[in-house]
Design a protein around this ligand. Structure first.
Ligand SMILES: [Zn+2]
Length: 379
């Protein structure tokens, strides 16, 4: 039994630091965009489309989970569609009192209409800023390079693949990630919404250190870094993310738990705890991709007891059929989580944002008394 109600959870100020644009659209918007652009989807009504896109418990690998994005990406190829999807995502988050949202997306997956690369970034930022004007929400953008070479879903990648035939897919994906990182650092000078960089896509077989150069570009510009790791591969992948790519946070980090009692990797577990490196925990998604066999086996409670810094995130609001409120509720239904734990987790979220220090401090000053009053007052 959760120690607080859904109504109270919805009311509490929260963060979401791990949320993919292309996995968090409204199903109605996918259908409406497909109609406007005359795009054929594999289903033409909400119920059938939902069955194809929303993951059930049957999906048990990261690779199968990622396949669904081929459908949402069909309609996310114009500036208007990107702006609308970003706005609606921030709007949905604001409606459950997410006060700070970091949205991530991979620009290379949105090049099929030959939109200029910069325009792709700018359209997403425009949507986020429109939501900031209308709602009490602050947003940040994380740009993703792709670990795999996405020649099956990106026309631009396919063209590169055909023309630069002396390069392997591995070399091409490294170069694309480097290009994406360079555009990110350039645009970040004018768009403070851009806060950092990440690599996404399948983890097994695509090591983070292959993208060393892209991360160096980001480090040289003093932007922040988060890296998907410890989801489709073990703690060695997490180690690479911090050791070679200087990650400030880890996307998921679920399998860091395997380092806890491993004689060789025990110090990595301690390193995370001592350096306060946050893990962006996405419980529902972890069950769906098979990173954990079921919710009861998720290491969140152990991380909390061990004082490893964690923050609760959605990953994909549509694909995982979830919200920040749902993630907290599911966690509290599966584990014995006290109000103090809940307070700590929400505060960890605000402390782990990639916002400039003054802005982070200012939001914390605002939300701390609200959380204390709502969670601990007698009435
Ligand atoms: Zn993710």
């Amino acid at each position: 039994m959760a120690v607080v109600s859904r109504q109270l959870l919805e009311k509490l100020p929260k963060t979401d630091l791990h949320c993919h644009l292309d996995g968090s659209m409204r199903i109605s918007t996918i259908l409406s965009l497909a109609e406007s652009y005359k795009i054929r989807l594999p289903a033409d009504n909400e119920d059938d489309l939902k069955k194809l896109i929303v993951m059930d418990k049957g999906c048990s690998s990261l690779e199968a989970y990622l396949k669904v994005f081929d459908v949402t990406l069909l309609v996310l190829q114009t500036d208007e569609a990107l702006e609308r999807a970003a706005f609606e995502l921030a709007e949905d988050a604001a409606k459950e009192n997410v006060r700070y949202l970091e949205v991530r997306f991979a620009p290379i997956l949105h090049t099929n209409s030959l939109l200029p690369f910069e325009k792709i970034f700018e359209s997403v930022i425009a949507g986020l800023l429109r939501a900031e004007k209308r709602y009490k929400i602050k947003t940040g953008l994380l740009v993703c390079g792709m670990r795999n070479f996405p020649s099956d879903i990106s026309h631009m990648a396919r063209r590169l693949h055909d023309r630069l035939y002396t390069f392997s897919d591995r070399e091409l994906s490294q170069q694309l990630a480097l290009h994406t990182a360079k555009v990110t650092t350039r645009l970040a000078q004018n768009f403070p919404t851009i806060v950092g960089f990440d690599i996404a896509g399948p983890e097994n077989g695509y090591p983070a250190k292959d993208f060393y150069e892209a991360f160096q570009e980001i480090i040289n510009s003093h932007l922040s870094i988060t890296i998907h790791a410890g989801e489709g591969y073990g703690p060695e992948s997490i180690e690479q993310a911090v050791k070679y790519c200087h990650a400030h946070r880890i996307g998921h980090g679920t399998r860091l738990i395997e380092a806890k009692d491993d004689s060789k990797l025990r110090t990595l577990y301690r390193y995370f705890k001592d350096k306060r490196i946050p893990l962006e925990i996405c419980i529902t998604s972890n069950v769906q991709t098979g990173a954990v066999p079921n919710i009861q086996k998720h290491p969140i409670k152990t991380f909390l007891e061990d004082k490893v810094r964690c923050t609760i995130c959605t990953d994909n609001r549509l694909v995982s059929d979830t919200s920040v409120t749902d993630e907290y509720l599911r966690m509290m239904e599966a584990f014995d989580v006290s109000k103090e734990d809940l307070y700590k987790l929400i505060i960890y979220g605000f402390e782990s944002t990639f916002l400039p220090y003054e802005e982070k401090e200012s939001i914390l000053r605002e939300v701390e008394p609200i959380l204390k009053r709502e969670l601990f007052s007698e009435n």
